[in-house]
Design a protein. Structure first.
Length: 261
C-alpha cells in the first residue's frame, strides 16, 4: 500500500516552524527544484507527480508544536492518494504527527488540494495545514489551515498571508466558518504579484462550483512574497496538546495540482 522510496536528500532539517533561511528566488510560471542548507537523510514519497520529503523527528520533537513527527504517518495508498495521520503510539503513549514537503518550489499560479476529511469537526487542538513557505518564520508564507487553536468556539477555517521579508511583520489573516456539504473539500489559492485569492469549495471541482468561501489578500496594502517556495501539507497538534477525543485522525488528500500563470 505504501509507495515510499528512501534516498539521501539535501533538505532543510525538519522544516516547518523550526526554520532556517533559504535562498531567495524570483517566482515564475515554471517550477524549480528547491535549494537547502542542511544535509539530512529523509524518506520520500511520490504524490500527484511530485516528490515529497516525509518529516520524522525520531525520538525527539520538532516544530510546529513542538510535536513528535512519524514518517509512517504519511503515506500513499494504492489509489495514489496521500494519507496524513495523527495517532497515539501504543508503546510510548506519545502522539505522532505527519508532514510532507515538496522538493519542487512553486511561484505564481494556482495551488489546489482536493481533500477528504471532516475538516469542520476537527478537535480544538488539531491543525491541518496546506501552505507554501520559505523557511523564515513570519515571512513569505501563504496558508490554508483548519484549526481552532485550542479554543472550542473559535472559527475553524483560517486563511493567512505572511509578508515578504523586509516589509515588516504585519500579515493578512481571516478566520471564518462555513457550511460544508460532506467530507470532500477543494482548497485553492491563486497567487500573483498583486493578490492572493483563497477559495474553498464543497466537493471536488476545478472551477468555482459549490464555492463555500473566498477571501482576497491584495498588495497594496498587504505585502506578498516574491519567492518561489516548497509546498507543505501537515497534520499536527497545537502547542503539542493531545486531542480531547483521544482518537486517531486521518486526512486523505486525493490530489495536489499547481497551474502556473
Amino acid at each position: 500500500m505504501k509507495k515510499l522510496s528512501y534516498c539521501l536528500l539535501v533538505v532543510c532539517a525538519l522544516a516547518s516552524c523550526s526554520k532556517d533561511a533559504v535562498k531567495k528566488s524570483t517566482p515564475s510560471s515554471t517550477t524549480t527544484e528547491s535549494t537547502d542548507s542542511k544535509k539530512t537523510t529523509f524518506a520520500t514519497l511520490s504524490f500527484s507527480g511530485y516528490t515529497w520529503t516525509i518529516k520524522d523527528s525520531g525520538t525527539g520533537t520538532a516544530g510546529p508544536g513542538p510535536n513528535r513527527w512519524k514518517g509512517a504517518n504519511a503515506f500513499v495508498d494504492a489509489n495514489g492518494y496521500l494519507h496524513l495521520k495523527l495517532s497515539k503510539n501504543a508503546t510510548t503513549g506519545v502522539w505522532e504527527c505527519a508532514e510532507v514537503t515538496s522538493l519542487t518550489s512553486f511561484g505564481y499560479g494556482t495551488y489546489q488540494w482536493k481533500v477528504e476529511g471532516a475538516i469542520n469537526n476537527l478537535d480544538k487542538n488539531i491543525v491541518l495545514g496546506f501552505f507554501n513557505y520559505s523557511g523564515v518564520d513570519g515571512y513569505d508564507e501563504m496558508d490554508i489551515e483548519y484549526a481552532k487553536w485550542g479554543v472550542n468556539n473559535n472559527p475553524w477555517a483560517n486563511y493567512t498571508v505572511y509578508p515578504k521579508q523586509g516589509q515588516g511583520p504585519a500579515n493578512y489573516h481571516t478566520a471564518t466558518t462555513f457550511t460544508t456539504g460532506g467530507t470532500y473539500i477543494t482548497n485553492r489559492f491563486k497567487r500573483t504579484a498583486s493578490s492572493v485569492v483563497f477559495k474553498t469549495l464543497n466537493g471536488f471541482y476545478d472551477d468555482d462550483t459549490n464555492l463555500a468561501y473566498t477571501t482576497t489578500c491584495s498588495s497594496p496594502p498587504n505585502s506578498i512574497s516574491t519567492l518561489s517556495m516548497p509546498v507543505h501539507m501537515n497534520l499536527w497538534l497545537f502547542q503539542g496538546n493531545a486531542p480531547a477525543s483521544n482518537n486517531t485522525v486521518e486526512i486523505i488528500v486525493h490530489e495536489f495540482k499547481f497551474t502556473p500563470l
